[in-house]
Design a protein around this ligand. Sequence first.
Ligand code: PAF
Length: 279
Amino acid sequence: MVIARTVAELRLAVVAARKAGKTIGFVPTMGCLHVGHLALVDLARREATCCVVSIFVNPSQFGPKEDFSKYPRPFEEDCRLCEARGVDIIFAPGVDFYPAEHSTWVSEEAVSQGLCGECRPGHFRGVATVVLKLFNSCLPDVAIFGRKDFQQLAVIRRMVRDLDVPVRIVAAPTEREADGLAISSRNRYLSPEHRARARVISEVLRRAQALVVAGECHAATLLSAASRQLSDEPAFRLQYIAIIDAQTLRPVQKVTHGSSVMAVAGFLGETRLIDNVDL
Ligand code: PAF
């Protein structure tokens, strides 16, 4: 496994792989890898013959009061996990990945609005910018993104479409703990008590799915049932719960089979968790 620290080193490794007839599958991450990331790696390895994983804690997607400095960076453990999983190249640039006086940003202006975009101003501008930089550094054929970050996935798809970025985006299903909690690097911040209570999020989403299967299609009814269930868990501080169209991410009044998503975000203690399901 090659560990590239600069764009030039990454390009050398990628060009060598291409000369050997390989296709490039890319998994962008901020490190602190867990089974969710490893499932993305597995998918990249099914979609392409050379797997590149980037590990870069991107400062521009963190707000001033967010956890950039305390974001875990277990780099050696991440490398070990990648090697064991068959990753070919790790790209781990330093902070100079952003040149001094960097002043160019990618700003998606439709699907990045509302939901997490409203709670985390500037977040998706930071994500879109770094992802385009990563795509330009790695020039992948295919890139894999987790479905848990539903709005991020929508922003990236839009950016790729609007800016003609020559990469195929593949969404990977959300990996879950046995009690349903969506796997996330932030779960490790939860106290044992909050970890036990975190199951409420996926329970609410599963119940909404069951109500839809039973015939309920009014978003207002589904949202008030979900809000009631969440308010029964006093430790959970709701940020938003919404039923949205899967393409536009705009709120819908009625659920349409196959194109409506319920998305939720909130805090347990200081830890912000998000999740979503198809309805
Ligand atoms: O999903 C993440 O881990 C990050 O937002 C990403 C896509 C690696 C960009 O920094």
